[in-house]
Design a binder for this molecule. Sequence first.
Ligand code: DX5
Ligand code: ZN
Length: 217
Amino acid sequence: MAKISVSILSADFDNLNPTLALLEEHGAGYLHLDVMDGVFVPNETFGPELVKSLEGTTGLPFDIHLMISNPAEFVSGYVTKNTEYIVVHEEVAEDLEGLLSQIRALGVKCGVAIKPNTAPETINSVIGKVDQILVMSVEPGFGGQKFIDTSLDKVRYFAEERTRHSYDFKIAIDGGIGEGNIAKIRDAGADIIICGTSILGAPDPAAVLDRLNDIVE
Ligand code: DX5
Ligand code: ZN
């Protein structure tokens, strides 16, 4: 059974508590926190202060997606009691294996993300050592973009590799996902399905989350 990880990128940050309560009540699996630095991606969001301020305000575990150019310097700032995963991008890691060990040493799970133009084989050397692989199904930077269909081939590739080698990482997919395409994403083998705009941009986010959960459960 896949879990929905909700990106709060498009939420109202001045009034987050009702949103967090709604997501928890309606069975979100994770809170997906998109950290952007305006360098690795052409957009800036929030940093460790905001993430720390959310600690304890929800029972949901945090799935932290670092879209920053120098993650090794900053990962420790994202450890909170809620943090389950800290995910870094392959494209910026000089020593990816070292960075993943650094994250694990902080007592949280580690993940590696790849952009749409990054081949899945690029991370072959670390896939036995990660807790999560995040396939970006849009160019990182903004919510509300169109899903890139070839991402499904990457999800299938990692699912096959996992079976072949008995790895136990989770496969996450991020960007452009909603009621119209979540079934095929589930069928491709994704375990953590990240949705932002389709839920929080809807007039009735709770109803959308209920329906998405019905499809993946
Ligand atoms: C994009 C982010 C995503 C994105 C998801 O850089 O990593 O998490 O905001 O949002 P939607 O569902 O709107 O594509
Ligand atoms: Zn994300």
